[in-house]
Design a protein around this ligand. Structure first.
Ligand SMILES: N[C@@H](CCC(=O)N[C@@H](CS)C(=O)NCC(=O)O)C(=O)O
Length: 356
């Protein structure tokens, strides 16, 4: 049965306006509301501003995230947390870092314990859909590795038939390792442990033959073992692990701050701007540089951010390459290569969209 409002030819309101007008009116109202919505900060950004700080969920691996002897958090992911603090508050220290296990992190983010995870979370389809998280730009392209004692005498994953494998609960690694052994038609025994320290202890005490995790994480773990030289990280990677900041659904503006704070570090490296030389760029005539550094304030105004947010991020934490090198690069104890994490102009995957 047709209701009056569905009858196309009959005016259905006291004003005598035709339904076509009413529909057009309703549509423009809806668009208007949507636009107002886009300009709103969203619950997370509102909460951050009201609290006066950002709560960042992290892990415990030094190089990526750890407090130093003065209790000040340091690390690759920590520096991106400070970049966010600069974008929102123009201050690198309006941020609290809270560590939790990989198993606890995503539920804790969902329940509002953190405003963001910067903890080596892999961007996956299920996390982005069913679990309800948005991801910012990949800050570290990683892959799952296999750490083994040299005395095991293996050189590749396929040699591991019958091995006992330590893996952390709630990680993509837990899922990938099953795929890997199944696909290669070899058997394994998983030992699934939640806490990082316990997992590492199980491995170093010989309870398992193999430790599997993101390769970067394993490289860090290796340096912490009593005799690092007794272990080898096999060269193969059994998965893709693009590690990206994760936030809850429903915070568009917060997501864009996350996106562009990360891109600022990549853009700076693309432009050859470093912590040390940045001030010499302030007099540049290049319009891209002027917009990026806020000499031309139009981008900051468009985003309702301090026009110099990118300048302050780079001046304070450095460009992407500097962040990488300082925390986990070849000259550090962790000693990671840039690998895929080089700029696109240098054969890597890092690419910042235009700052315009
Ligand atoms: N990328 C995997 C693993 C996450 C993960 O375990 N990340 C590392 C850092 S890359 C970690 O938390 N390690 C243990 C720790 O820091 O306590 C995932 O998203 O499931």
């Amino acid at each position: 049965m047709r209701t009056p409002s569905q009858a196309p030819s009959r005016p259905s309101s006291r004003s005598g306006l035709s339904p076509r007008f009413l529909i057009a009116g309703a549509l423009s109202l809806a668009i208007g509301l949507a636009l107002t919505g886009a300009a709103k900060a969203g619950p997370t950004l509102d909460a951050i501003k009201a609290r006066g700080s950002i709560k960042v969920g992290v892990g415990t691996q030094p190089g990526f995230f750890a407090p130093d002897s003065n209790g000040r958090w340091q690390g690759f992911f920590v520096d991106f947390g400070r970049a966010l603090s600069i974008a929102v508050f123009n201050d690198p220290d309006k941020v609290q870092f809270v560590s939790s296990s990989p198993q606890q992190r995503l539920p804790a983010l969902q329940s509002g314990e953190f405003d963001i995870l910067l903890s080596g979370v892999t961007q996956t389809f299920t996390r982005a859909t069913k679990l309800g998280f948005h991801f910012g730009p990949v800050v570290f392209y990683d892959g799952q590795g296999l750490l083994v004692p040299k005395k095991l005498g293996v050189s590749k994953g396929k040699d591991l038939n019958g091995a006992t494998v330590c893996v952390q609960t709630g990680t993509t690694g837990e899922l990938n390792i099953t795929d890997f052994f199944r696909q290669n038609k070899i058997a394994f025994k998983p030992v699934v442990i939640e806490e990082t320290a316990e997992n590492q202890k199980a491995f170093s005490s010989g309870r398992c033959d193999v430790l599997t995790q993101d390769a970067s994480d394993l490289a860090i773990t290796r340096t912490q073992l009593p005799k690092p030289d007794d272990y080898v990280l096999l060269p193969e990677r059994i998965s893709k692990e693009p590690l990206a900041p994760a936030i809850r659904y429903g915070d568009d503006q917060w997501l864009e701050i996350v996106n562009w704070a990360v891109y600022a570090t990549i853009q700076a490296e693309e432009l050859g701007i470093t912590q040390a030389n940045i001030d010499s760029f302030l007099t540049s005539a290049d319009p891209t540089v002027r917009r990026f550094l806020g000499v031309d304030p139009s981008l900051g105004e468009a985003a309702k951010l301090d026009p110099k947010f990118a300048y302050t991020i780079v001046k304070t934490v450095g460009n992407y390459g500097e962040i990488f090198d300082r925390n986990v690069g070849p000259a550090t104890k962790v000693g990671l290569d840039r690998g895929f994490n080089k700029l696109w102009t240098q054969g890597g995957l890092l690419y910042a969209p235009p700052f315009r």
